[in-house]
Ligand binder design. Structure first.
Ligand SMILES: Cc1cc2nc3c(=O)[nH]c(=O)nc-3n(C[C@H](O)[C@H](O)[C@H](O)COP(=O)(O)OP(=O)(O)OC[C@H]3O[C@@H](n4cnc5c(N)ncnc54)[C@H](O)[C@@H]3O)c2cc1C
Length: 355
């Protein structure tokens, strides 16, 4: 039976960043990433991939700062498909929370962009926001793991069906009957939190899975079109230049869905809901919401990512609640620190945890 120092269960963006961080911290470490499908094809494949520097709590703001720096560096080192974008934050309410929620906020600006076809209601306020980008998250995941292939075994089509503690190791059973022993395990299953192999272990964390929807607009963005973040609606309008259309993400409130049961396409109500929110800002563009992407993500009760030891040497990483791309580097840094693998040299110091 093969033995590895670290097994990472789940080849999404979080699993990939954990593997990257672990190898950077411990160059001689033997690592295996175990993915039931193909890497990057879970929630990561549907992601809008937006990074905006914001956080409702001190911990998430700190994770944002850390992740911002790491994405900047990895984008250059690995030539990742990441594109910087100018951004405007619009608050339809008083906007009091905006200055403390967003990092790299610029000055106030006009709460309308007639050239792009949207305008906020009377009384709204707007600010410019620096440091935003968007990424092709599936491609980023694949490229990060491709760079690690000489140090990390990436097993695809390898569903983990059982996890058992055994004499200071973890015995991992794969769908095809193969077994693996690991000194440490990171569980990064994205929204597959209810898998029988770990559902009981995760139950105390109180995680839930919510549907996430982003509609596509039949409208080609201008080359300098900014990202518009509608703060009070928790929605954003993103120019996807490479794909030649806008994406509109809004907050869908459908809870306790299962990733394998979700219909692949949009429901009529998804389009209606998206048009109702976007219609407040851009009635012309709202009518162009005709298609989109639907999946789901895991959320924690505190609406912050979770890095938690489930039993000695077995750490869960995820539940980033719709922010798993932008916070993945910080989640990975916290996870590798939590693995207690002896002298740690992380890529950079993990963000400070708040009690
Ligand atoms: C429509 C949409 C838009 C989004 N937009 C943004 C955004 O703009 N910005 C942002 O930061 N985040 C966004 N997100 C959230 C972000 O995409 C997720 O938080 C992130 O991709 C989660 O990464 P992950 O690695 O935890 O999960 P996943 O990418 O789902 O990876 C988990 C992997 O685990 C594998 N797995 C599951 N069970 C097993 C098993 N038993 N054995 C082996 N492997 C297993 C799965 O096959 C999967 O590949 C969006 C999500 C959606 C759905």
């Amino acid at each position: 039976m093969d033995t590895v120092d670290l097994a990472v269960v789940g080849g999404g963006v979080i699993g990939a960043l954990v593997a990257h961080e672990a190898v950077a911290a411990f160059p001689g470490l033997s690592v295996a990433v175990l993915e039931r499908g193909l890497v990057g094809q879970g929630a990561s494949s549907r992601s809008a991939g937006v990074h905006f520097p914001r956080g409702a709590t001190e911990r998430v703001r700190s994770m944002t700062e850390h992740s911002h720096r790491v994405w900047e560096r990895l984008a250059a080192e690995l030539d990742l498909p990441i594109r910087e974008v100018a951004a405007t934050v619009v608050a339809t309410g008083a906007g009091d929370a905006v200055p403390t929620t967003y990092l790299r906020l610029g000055g106030e600006t006009a709460p309308a962009d007639p050239a792009r076809g949207w305008a906020a209601p009377a009384g709204a306020r707007a600010w410019t926001l620096d440091g935003c980008h968007y990424a092709d998250v599936q491609a980023v995941t694949g490229r990060v793991l491709a760079r690690l292939r000489d140090q990390v075994a990436v097993l695809e089509g390898a569903e983990v069906t059982a996890l058992a503690a055994e004499d200071g190791h973890h015995r991992i059973t794969l769908g095809q009957g193969q077994e693996l022993l690991a000194r440490r395990v990171v569980l990064a299953p994205g929204p597959w939190i209810a898998h029988p192999a770990w559902a009981d272990l995760l139950a105390p964390l109180g995680l839930r899975v919510k549907k996430v929807v982003a509609t596509h607009l039949e409208s080609a963005p201008a080359p300098d079109a900014p990202l518009a973040v509608f703060h009070d609606e928790d929605a954003f309008l993103l120019p996807l230049h490479e794909r030649g259309h806008y994406l509109f993400s809004y907050t869908c409130d459908r809870w306790d869905v299962a990733p394998d049961d979700l219909e692949p396409g949009l429901e009529r109500s998804d389009l209606d809901d998206a048009r109702a929110v976007l219609g407040r800002f851009a009635p012309g563009l709202a009518a162009r919401c005709t298609s989109g992407r639907v999946f789901c993500d895991a959320y924690s009760p505190r609406r912050e990512p979770v890095v938690a030891e489930l039993r000695p040497g077995l750490v869960f990483a995820g539940a980033a609640g719709g922010s798993g791309y932008r916070l993945a580097p910080a989640i990975a840094a916290e996870t590798v620190a939590a693995l207690d693998l002896a002298p740690v040299r992380t890529l950079s110091q993990p963000p400070q945890r708040q009690s």
